[in-house]
Design a protein around this ligand. Structure first.
Ligand code: G3H
Length: 544
């Protein structure tokens, strides 16, 4: 059985000729530049080959991960250059960018968006080839990011316009605006390389900060078509890139004390280590999206078909590689058999294949280390009494891993507590509602939870303790980040700070104000500054 399933998976990998014209990348991209101090600086040092999650069959041989390009592997000297360029461009808040009017910064960003949209086709294809995300989801990621950028601009106009006035209190006249924090080190994750990176990078820039940007380990080349757009749209040194192993350059940059904001979507372990490197930790603001192990709680009166549909989506969209994915399903014992039967039936209908195939759900993972980790997690559960309850579950060929439903998963098994970040669905039964509640309370994670049920009294009684454990309780639907106007936050090891279209603007800025006693002299002084446009901060302009 397993052998047959393996062969079936192997057959899903294409030979070069099977790849549709539109989905091909063309010639490999060998990036030999980085953007530093307003110029594309060439690199002739060591480079890293980028292997796609997609394996290609060569003749009758085994499928192999295909090389789609390469990028520089830099070191501390280059990260110092990138950081110093950002520090110079900020110039203690006196640089061109931090002192520009908000309207001027928005104009630069709009110029960048125009240039970015022109690169859509290539960027979408690169997302697909670099991380194995389906074409439909790669397009969605690009489009959602552009909408996010436009919405952020609209939110900034709104924010700035509402601050374009004076406030008078207790004999003091004040004007309060949001101002930048300094130099931001921005690092995104591989699963949403464009969207989650830009969810911090764009608001950081718009608020007047300067940036050092390190792309994720998988999902680097997709930024290559944007380097010239960054160079052309923003003043020199406002955005600088570094391509280097994080462990080599990131602690080094933080230890310099020159980073004011750490924007990282990654693991809590790495975040903890990095924060400690800053010589004055109180000076470092951290905006972090970290680990999560969101649970679904399926109550005895749940609409089982709805719960199955949402849990399947929640657990397996992009192969379960979402921070918001449902990573533990807790199902009431009275319905668990029916739930598992319908869940595995629905799973069997999901299409497994290559990212460009229409309707595909399960696609290759970023490397063989992932299939090895997932296999180990399943073996651990099996050794401790659980079973894989769906046909072919856990079978893999190279980077393609068939989702495994593992039951019953209990405390003591890796899958019970650890974030699997892949296509394994652990299910556990419960008798008493105290059990899933206790699970969430004792978890190291605190991002979201989903409740499936219909009884208002029971759901109401669950909501109240759960909202103090996580930051979003989803009713009869999967966990997710969007809509992007909603606050995206987490407790415990899951996050620091809140992101959303409006919250991110706050996260990357601080209020600063000009205040004067309410005297005739002050009135005359402020009036002259405003009327003669003597300050960019003190003004009553309105951005339309
Ligand atoms: O990986 C975490 C993402 O922010 C999840 O976003 O819920 O929209 O898929 P999503």
């Amino acid at each position: 059985m397993a052998h047959k399933a393996f062969e079936n998976l192997q057959q899903l990998f294409p030979s070069a000729g099977d790849i549709p014209e539109d989905a091909r990348l063309g010639a490999p991209i060998h990036q030999r530049v980085s953007l530093v101090d307003g110029a594309l600086k060439s690199w002739d040092g060591a480079c890293k080959t980028v292997l796609s999650p997609v394996c290609v069959r060569q003749g009758s041989g085994e499928p192999e991960q295909v090389a789609i390009g390469s990028y520089p592997v830099m070191g501390e000297a280059e990260s110092d250059a990138a950081l110093d360029a950002a520090v110079r461009a900020y110039d203690h808040g006196r640089g061109e960018w931090p002192t520009m009017t908000v309207g001027q910064r928005i104009a630069c960003m709009q110029d960048f968006i125009r240039r970015m949209v022109a690169e859509r086709h290539q960027i979408v294809n690169l997302i697909m080839w670099e991380i194995g995300k389906s074409l439909a989801d790669s397009q969605k990621e690009f489009d959602r990011t552009v909408s996010y950028m436009r919405d952020t601009i609209a939110a900034l106009k709104e924010q700035d316009n509402s601050n374009s006035r004076f406030t008078i209190a207790e004999g003091t006249i004040g004007q309060i605006r949001r101002t930048p924090l300094g130099v931001v080190l921005c690092m995104g994750p591989y699963n949403y390389p464009l969207n989650e990176t830009f969810a911090t990078l764009i608001p950081a820039l718009l608020m007047g900060n300067t940036v050092v940007f390190k792309p994720p380990q998988y999902g680097t080349l997709l930024f290559y078509p944007l380097l010239d757009a960054f160079r052309a749209a923003f003043p020199r040194g406002v955005i600088n890139t570094i391509y280097a192993p994080g462990a080599v350059v990131v602690p080094h940059m933080l230890a310099s004390g020159k980073i004011d904001v750490l924007a990282l979507i990654g693991s809590s372990k790495v975040a903890d280590h990095l924060k400690k490197q800053h010589p004055k930790s109180h000076r470092l603001r951290a905006i972090l999206g970290l680990d999560a192990k969101n649970a679904a709680i399926v109550l005895p009166d749940a609409d089982i078909d709805l719960a199955v549909k949402e849990c399947l989506l929640g657990a397996l969209s992009f192969n379960g590689q979402r921070c918001t994915a449902l990573k533990m399903l807790m199902v009431h014992r009275s319905i668990v058999d029916t739930f598992i039967e319908r869940f595995t039936d629905a799973l069997a209908k999901l299409k497994v294949g290559m990212p460009w195939e229409p309707g595909v759900s399960i696609t290759p993972l970023p490397g063989m280390h992932r299939t090895a980790y997932l296999t180990e997690a399943i073996e651990d559960a099996k050794a401790k009494g659980a079973r894989v309850v769906n046909e072919g579950g856990g079978v893999f060929c190279k980077t393609l891993f068939y989702p495994a439903v593992v039951y019953p998963v209990e405390e003591g098994m890796t899958l019970y507590r650890e974030e699997q970040f892949g296509p394994i669905i652990p299910i556990t039964p419960f008798d008493d509602i105290a059990t899933p509640l206790e699970y969430v309370i004792t978890s190291d994670h605190g991002q979201q939870v989903s409740i499936f049920g219909t009884d208002p009294a029971q759901i109401g009684a669950l909501i109240d303790p759960l909202v103090n454990q996580v930051c979003r309780v989803n009713l009869n639907c999967q966990c997710q980040r969007g809509p992007d106007v909603f606050p995206f936050a987490g407790r415990k090891d899951s996050a620091e700070g809140t992101l959303s279209v409006t919250d991110a603007l706050r996260a990357f800025s601080i209020r600063s104000m000009v205040a004067a006693r309410q005297t005739d002299e002050s009135r005359a002084l402020l009036d002259a500054i405003v009327t003669d446009h003597k300050s960019k901060f003190v003004n009553t302009r309105f951005i339309f």
